[in-house]
Design a binder for this molecule. Structure first.
Ligand code: SF4
Length: 416
């Protein structure tokens, strides 16, 4: 829980600062000169830092390529926004424990600069649909009851000609979203795990029942919904746990309203292990059979990951078999050979995967207002809007993967 909010002078009259003053209630607010607070905040411990929020101006580039764009992985070319840093929730596996140089939370209140940067970038490629997510170094909705950031961002994206916003959360803080004019240009997504894993490894988050009740509410308000079954955790009951989770997801939100479902397994830098053990002695993550991968991170052994993915992908395909409007199913931060063994077909190039996302979204949610995606518009832009890489030709769309596997009766020998 937050105990103190510091507002730097040069953002003191922004809409975000005004909303924070309105909503802070029992939290102490201090106005501070610009640039004076950060140094002492850096000296706080990880746990104490999570009680302090700094509102400041962001000076760098807001708009970035997702960290999944590495040569080791097949990547969907999501872009991310540096809107905030830090989180008051306590997931045992949270990468921020290792990544952040400062333990406190920051919200960058110069929203008009952020919006200007988005407009400039997406206008350089008007025929490409950009998917842009917040929540890479924070949770997209955690501070929304305070900042009301979504009340600016959702209508802003609704007006953009070629971009879709993704808000990713483990909270149920959706009240600000329900009456907004979103035009299906915002996807609200939840990171999910079986209740047993959530209770042990995702401390201070909303339990899965509350996350899914919130998903049902935003779906009722017409938003497309996303699910990220990530990080999947290997545990004694994992097969039943993930099978039950799939039932709950598709019971909460009708498949036709699910934009995408991603899968990823536990991964963290080896240097983070000591911090995890010291901060979360009851966590069971340390008992997993983990090895260092090509990307330098600790992962479950490859055959174990493939078995887990196939179990969930097969379960999803079975449940979606008769749906005419299917979400994109994809792996996050996995190399092409893992994709191939999960889907039984060559992994897509980054450009082809991005095009597949765009085509699926355009067909199911675009409402005629997004540009029709052509693969040629995505080839040559495997990375950030300003970086070019050659496209690989081996892509088979995921929808075809699903159909091919069913047509061939290709059961991988794992069942839900
Ligand atoms: S919700 Fe996300 S950002 Fe917050 S502690 Fe968990 S993993 Fe980290």
């Amino acid at each position: 829980m937050l105990e103190k909010i510091l507002i730097e002078a040069d953002v003191a009259s922004t809409p975000i600062a005004e909303a924070v003053r309105r909503n802070a209630k029992d939290i102490e607010i201090l106005d501070v000169p610009t640039g004076t607070a950060e140094e002492s905040l850096r000296r706080l411990g990880l746990t104490a830092g999570k009680r302090v929020l700094l509102l400041k101006r962001f000076q760098g580039r807001f708009f970035k390529q997702c960290q999944g764009l590495k040569k080791e992985y097949s990547c969907c070319n999501l872009h991310t926004l540096a809107e905030a840093n830090g989180c008051t929730m306590e997931c045992t596996y949270c990468i921020l424990q290792y990544y952040m140089t400062s333990p406190h939370l920051s919200v960058f209140a110069n929203l008009s600069d952020l919006q200007g940067e988005i407009e400039r970038v997406i206008h350089t490629q008007p025929s490409r649909i950009f998917r842009i997510g917040t929540g890479e170094l924070s949770d997209s909705l955690l501070l929304d009851p305070l900042t009301e950031s979504t009340r600016h961002m959702v209508p802003f994206f609704r007006r953009l000609p070629n971009a879709v916003l993704e808000l990713k959360t483990k909270t149920d803080s959706v009240s600000n979203l329900l009456d907004l004019d979103h035009g299906q240009r915002t996807v609200v997504s939840w990171s999910v795990n079986p209740a047993e894993v959530g209770a042990r490894e995702e401390l201070k988050t909303a339990p899965i029942v509350r996350r899914l009740a919130a998903a049902r509410r935003v779906a009722g308000a017409g938003y497309p919904v996303g699910f990220h079954i990530d990080p999947m955790i290997h545990h004694a009951n994992w097969r039943d746990g993930y099978a039950e989770l799939l039932d709950k997801l598709l019971d909460a939100v009708e498949p036709r309203q699910v934009a995408w479902i991603s899968l990823g397994t536990l991964r963290f830098p080896p240097e983070m292990k000591g911090t995890m053990e010291a901060r979360f002695p009851r966590s069971e993550l340390r008992y997993g059979e983990l090895v260092r991968g090509d990307d330098g991170k600790m992962h479950y052994l490859r055959p174990m990951r493939i078995e887990m993915y196939r179990h969930v992908v097969d379960g999803l395909l079975r449940r979606l078999e008769h749906e005419s409007s299917k979400p994109v199913i994809y792996l996050c931060m996995e190399p092409p050979d893992v994709w191939k063994r999960v889907f039984d077909l060559p992994a897509p190039s980054n450009a082809a995967l991005e095009h597949h996302f765009a085509e699926n979204y355009w067909r199911r949610f675009g409402g005629g207002s997004l540009p029709e995606p052509k693969l040629s518009d995505y080839e040559g832009f495997g990375g950030c809007a300003t970086e070019r890489e050659p496209a690989q030709p081996s892509f088979v769309p995921i929808s075809a993967v699903s159909e091919a596997r069913f047509a061939a009766g290709a059961s991988p020998g794992v069942s839900t």
